[in-house]
Design a protein around this ligand. Sequence first.
Ligand SMILES: NC(=O)C1=CN([C@@H]2O[C@H](COP(=O)(O)OP(=O)(O)OC[C@H]3O[C@@H](n4cnc5c(N)ncnc54)[C@H](OP(=O)(O)O)[C@@H]3O)[C@@H](O)[C@H]2O)[C@@H](O)CC1
Ligand SMILES: [K+]
Length: 531
Amino acid sequence: MSNLLLTAAQMRALEQAAIDSGRVTGLELMERAGVGAVDAIFAEWPEMAAAPGRAVVLCGPGNNGGDGFVVARVLAGKGWDVEVFLYGDAERLPPDARVNYERWCELGKVLPLGDAPDAIERFPDLTIDAVFGSGLSRPLEASLFRTLSCFSQQFVVSLDAPSGCDLDSGRVLGEDGQAFHPALVIAFGHRKVGHACGDLERASKVVVVDLQLSREIAGRAGFFAEREIVHAVQVRALSPIFSKRNDGHKYDHGHALILTGGMGRTGAARLAARAALRIGAGLVTCAAPGAAMMECAAQLTAVMLRRYDNAEALAAMLEDDRINALCLGPGMGVSARVSALLDVALASGRQVVLDADALTVLAGRDDPFSLLHSKCVLTPHGGEFARLFPDIAARLKAPAMSGPAYSKVDATRDAAARAGCTVLFKGPDTVIADPNGKAAVNSAAYDRAAPWLATAGSGDVLAGIITGLLSRGVPPYHAASSAAWLHLEAAFAFGPGLIAEDLPEALPAVLRRLASDQAAFEAVTTSRPST
Ligand SMILES: NC(=O)C1=CN([C@@H]2O[C@H](COP(=O)(O)OP(=O)(O)OC[C@H]3O[C@@H](n4cnc5c(N)ncnc54)[C@H](OP(=O)(O)O)[C@@H]3O)[C@@H](O)[C@H]2O)[C@@H](O)CC1
Ligand SMILES: [K+]
């Protein structure tokens, strides 16, 4: 499956290019969408394929409604008893939807959507939401939402979008955000950005129906500029950056320096250090204030330990140019001392991960971004993001009244451009962006939901993985996005009951699996006959 996440406009551009190629018509694409949707429903619930039942199809005034008419016809052809309702005026349907409306009218009736709640008394086995897809432009009318809410039963399927939800942002339009809550969303062509971020509790699963647009559009790979594209993060195979060369020396794999807080506050940095080591940094050193040295010494083995008491001591330590990545923030506290350390770290020009308290210190400055540079990575959660970028956060938080709505991807891109460095905005939908507009989402939703990852110290481990990858020479944006993916995979590898200490220890299993995927990939590509 492609890991592109498109906006509605990009999807329309792809569809239009396919149509302009002359190899497919809009009507054929609609047929592929409707037929593919029924296949996807039967794949999800095979018992429905075996025993036709009753279906209600709720159609809207645009092409999403057109897809609904196709689904109605295909289901009826398979022996289903189908009732169809339309929101709006059939005379004003766009041409392809109108054709499918008329095709359906040869098989059955179309009643006004306001009558749909009566159909519930006939106990439908399946409800199709084809009211709005990528063309949603404003909030749902209250009466429409009331009608749709009558259908909140188990087997509700939304075509392309849960109606009421904006596909560019995943946000529900309106003051009080009301949208459909389906069991299954069937995305047409590609996942959209809104399938991976925003209000992710809307649905329990998203599947993609391939509209086979690539068959129609030659050279589609370069269709969009890199900075316009959003990717779903996916580390597919063990890249050379995660494995170590046989002939390598430990310094070839970098030296990460993690600063700890004072006595009783060193755990967060130690977690980050352990993660940096597990992801393959050649050397990892925790630097601790004198009072915290004993505490750290009692806990650390493979991670080395050095003392620093102030910014001058850190500057002296950084005269060793083998130290190539720093992590500041976890457990450090918020103080003038930490602010001075931040200045030294940033002035050193090293790769720097700023997390937790370091972000709060930064946000307290008159000009938080003046010292940042392209080798920095900021890893804010929602609260830290709002302190650092209050206007951007306010825009994201304000109710979305029209589509396409401002998304978490837009917000993270704006933040990265302002900060001049990579920003990883945490959440169940973690977004990573660089100052040039590159963006990716690591979505912990649907089949990748890992609620047990929300545990104390989990963020410190993420900061450590990023620092470790930076020290290995992975560029900041890729380090941050790969780390987000690896962090979530480590949580899956361990499973429920996870505490933050388990995350670094779960990384080797993730790396082993990537290595075996790589071996399988190489076996396939080397055995494939050349054409
Ligand atoms: N293009 C293709 O080839 C293919 C497209 N496909 C399908 O098409 C879908 C996109 O179709 P679409 O662009 O017609 O948009 P859609 O979501 O049906 O609705 C637009 C209509 O709703 C109206 N409207 C909006 N918000 C409203 C509100 N709150 N309350 C009331 N009305 C509101 C809006 O009115 P307007 O904003 O113009 O006033 C307009 O009339 C896409 O998701 C996929 O399912 C597939 O078949 C594959 C091939
Ligand atoms: K829909």
